[in-house]
Design a protein around this ligand. Structure first.
Ligand SMILES: CC(C)NC(=O)[C@H]1CCC[C@H]1Nc1nc(Nc2ccc(C(=O)N(C)C3CCN(C)CC3)cc2)ncc1C(F)(F)F
Length: 280
């Protein structure tokens, strides 16, 4: 392509867009369907209020989110095309995901059939492999941060917690503990890309059971995570249970590597079009 130095500087401003229906509320503002007037390009416009960002001390996180997400190109990662701001607001120009929020689809369905869950986990593993190759850890994999594209493919979004590996968390977390790996709960909090493997295990469990594996009161949840106190219902197939148990391993280095996930029997059983192991 054209070297960045001579690429046209993509300056954006609000007047370039025709604002459509609201898509919902994000953490720090609303999201609208939008269309770029000149090209007719449909996107999602996330509006963030500067005073909210300042109050919650998340400006640095937002800058990192923009820096990381705008450089990512993968079918299962939501695109960030650009951003701009006015006196009061920051605007993110994001890819529009045609089928909306995965957590709403999951809540409505209760839980997913195994073929659908396996398809989603295969796509998650591909997206995480792409991220980890770029030394990016997402650190906040959960249904609320996943959207669904028009063809039913999943799109990881919300890179507000992503960092370059290795790292140790400096900002206090809020929200659910359900997806936190043991190494982020113990003293040092030092962690690597394997945190996303643990969360992938929690996600697999939640897709198949409809609730998170260590869901309980905050104190109990922490105990169950650090003890890996895991009970997998008997209706979950042995293959699926096997993959969950290979991801939800206390020692980060013992978790199944991402590159092995597409070859796991449960994925092979349900995702035909994936690359087949040699000699098939
Ligand atoms: C990951 C992040 C944490 N989450 C978010 O940002 C959320 C916060 C609010 C919306 C969403 N953000 C996005 N949503 C879409 N697509 C979309 C959303 C909702 C519907 C939908 O179901 N309705 C309109 C329904 C239609 C039916 N009625 C009944 C209810 C609303 C359909 C398509 N594309 C891009 C984005 C993005 F990310 F770029 F902003």
């Amino acid at each position: 392509g054209i070297p960045p130095s001579v690429q046209p500087a993509r300056e954006f401003h609000l007047g370039m867009f025709e604002i459509g229906r609201p898509l919902g509320k994000g953490k720090f503002g609303r999201v609208y369907l939008a269309k770029e007037r000149k090209t007719g390009f449909v996107c999602a416009l996330k509006v963030l209020h500067k005073n909210e960002l300042q109050k919650n001390k998340v400006e640095k996180q937002l800058r990192r989110e923009i820096e990381i997400q705008s450089n990512l190109r993968h079918p299962n990662i939501l695109r960030l095309y650009g951003h701009f701001h006015d006196s009061k607001r920051v605007f993110l120009i994001l890819e529009f995901a045609g089928r909306g929020e995965l957590y709403k689809i999951l809540r409505k369905a209760g839980k997913f059939p195994e073929p659908q869950a396996a398809e989603y986990i295969a796509q998650m593993a591909a997206a995480l492999q792409y991220l980890h190759k770029k030394h990016v850890i997402h650190r906040d994999i959960k249904p609320e941060n996943i959207l669904v594209g028009i063809h039913g493919e999943i799109k990881i979004s919300d890179f507000g917690w992503s960092v370059h590996a290795p790292s140790s968390r400096r900002t206090t977390m809020c929200g659910t503990l359900d997806y936190l790996p043991p190494e982020m709960l113990n003293g040092t909090g030092r962690h690597g890309a394997e945190v996303d493997l643990w969360s992938l295990g929690v996600l697999t469990y939640e897709f198949l059971v409809g609730s998170a594996p260590f869901e309980d009161t905050p104190v109990e949840t922490q105990r169950r995570i650090v003890q890996c106190d895991l009970k997998i219902p008997s209706y979950v197939s042995p293959e699926a249970a096997d993959l969950i148990r290979r991801l939800l391993v206390l020692r980060p280095e013992q978790r199944i590597p991402l590159e092995d996930v597409p070859f796991h029997p449960w994925i092979q059983k349900h995702c035909a079009k994936l690359v087949q192991p040699a000699g098939q």
